[in-house]
Design a protein around this ligand. Structure first.
Ligand SMILES: Cc1ncc(COP(=O)(O)O)c(C=O)c1O
Length: 453
């Protein structure tokens, strides 16, 4: 029996059945504490979720108070004060046209909502053929069938291919491994114009929306395009009546040093998807912020109804949590803090380039990634069977740090990486500690793998 520290856990269906899981007993600030009392830095805040850190008393109070007043209502008939307040606060942070919020219980649910809303928008407009969503080859948009149909990450798709809708995909603006063999200074944004190529080749009459993570998360951490990219994307979308959906599930709520990552590019899409940091993990929550032009079409259509809904969406408990998380982020100026700490963290992470297996180092706000290479000159990745990310994660855990491993894809020429997304409350000393642990852990793995310059 696989054991979480000796407890009988034979009835849990874990994700990876070949892995031992750590019993997390308590969370305290940036630390997770296991059953033996070991303190592990939550260097990825779960999966870029716990932006306020663990055990935040204000959020706990908001949660328990709301639970005692009203924990649940069904949005088919009732509304409630926390959802009204949270939507109003979120709208204050977006440009004027993005002024409606649809709540969900997580990232995939909110992404699915965007797919269906885009479709209904076009149907109500009389464009019955528009249904395809274009996404990028290096992307992760969620685990449900619609979200996975839009996802580019092949290893997460491969078992389910017959179930997925065959949506088109375009190249990713991944400058360190430019799919066009160019450099950003002289590339003419071929990767952005790839969208126009795809729309034309699929026939604009069929294209409903384009979805992208403004700065990539799980599938290539902290890879973002140069400024200018999203302006081109937006123009192309307008030209062909294609909605632009920014999947800010990971990047939203300040993670990249701006409240929305799209602010780095001074471009706003037609829909923004949020989750993860929105509740800092204290309760499941997702949201879709929608441009009024989309809302108006649904509102003015016969029936005036969006044919969609989830049982736990819009529940007052999660909304009360989201509201308190937002208040804390604003009062404690945590978005600015993430921006400043990100600059500091990047300097520290760059020192790791002394290790030959460290290829690219990236950090935007407090979203960071290190990409590993077998050969630095050619940037050749390690063979998949070396399981570099997972091995490094295990070594880091032994040394007191949790990081989130991944691999670009087995069919794209990209390699193993780790993602880091520490809570915004982390200090410079604690970031130094992360870099020190990484330094020791990478050195150990490099020795095991016999990697030399
Ligand atoms: C960009 C992005 N979109 C969507 C999702 C799916 O969110 P969830 O796991 O909450 O369903 C994720 C999860 O990692 C994500 O990073």
């Amino acid at each position: 029996m696989r054991g979480a520290n000796g407890l009988t856990d034979g009835h849990i269906f874990y994700r990876d059945l070949a892995k031992d899981y750590i019993m997390a007993e308590k969370g305290e600030g940036i630390y997770l504490i296991d059953k033996e009392g070991n303190r592990i830095i939550d260097g990825a805040a779960g999966a870029a979720v716990v932006c306020l850190g663990h055990g935040n008393e204000r959020v706990v109070k908001a949660l328990t108070e709301q639970a005692s007043i009203l924990a649940y209502t069904h949005m088919s008939t009732f509304t409630n004060e926390p959802v009204l307040r949270l939507s109003a606060e979120l709208i204050k942070l977006t440009p004027r046209r993005l002024n409606r919020v649809y709540f969900a219980s997580g990232g995939s649910e909110a992404v699915e909502t965007s797919l269906k809303l885009a479709r209904q928008y076009h149907v109500e407009n009389g464009n019955l053929q528009k249904y395809k969503i274009i996404s990028r080859s290096t992307s992760y948009h969620g685990a449900t069938i619609g979200a996975l149909s839009m996802t580019g990450h092949y290893p997460r798709r491969k078992h389910y291919l017959p179930l997925l809708t065959q949506f088109p995909r375009i190249s990713t603006p991944y400058c360190w491994r430019c799919p066009f063999g160019k450099v950003p200074q002289s590339c003419d944004f071929e990767c952005a114009y790839d969208l126009e190529r795809a729309i034309i080749s699929e026939d604009p009459e069929n294209i409903s929306a384009f979805i992208a993570e403004p700065i990539i998360g799980a599938s290539a951490p902290a890879v973002g395009p140069p400024r200018g990219y999203y302006r081109i994307i937006q123009k192309i979308c307008h030209k062909y009546d294609v909605l632009f959906i920014a999947d800010e599930v990971m990047t939203g709520y300040g993670r990249t040093g701006k409240f929305f990552a799209m602010e780095h590019y001074e471009v706003f899409p037609d829909m923004i998807v949020l989750s993860k940091g929105i509740s800092s993990g204290y309760s499941p929550l997702g949201a879709l912020i929608i441009d009024e032009k989309v809302y108006d079409v649904i509102a003015n259509a016969p029936g005036s109804a969006f044919v969609h809904g989830h049982t736990f969406a819009g529940n007052p408990l999660s909304a009360a949590v989201g509201l308190e998380v937002l208040r804390i982020i604003q009062e404690e100026k945590l978005v600015d803090r993430a921006a400043k700490l990100g600059e500091y963290f990047l300097k520290g992470l760059n020192t790791l380039k002394k290790h030959p297996m460290v290829g690219d180092v990236r950090c935007v706000g407090l979203l960071a990634g290190i990409e590993f290479v077998h050969d630095r000159k050619s940037r050749k990745p390690f063979p998949e069977e070396y399981k570099v990310g997972g091995r490094l994660q295990r070594i880091c855990l032994k040394n007191g740090l949790y990081v989130y491993p991944g691999r670009v894809s087995s069919i794209v020429d990209g390699g193993d990486h780790i993602l880091m997304a520490p809570p915004f409350i982390i200090t410079e000393d604690q970031l130094d500690e992360i870099v020190n642990i990484l330094d020791r852990s990478i050195a150990q793995l490099q020795k095991e793998l016999e990697v030399h310059e």
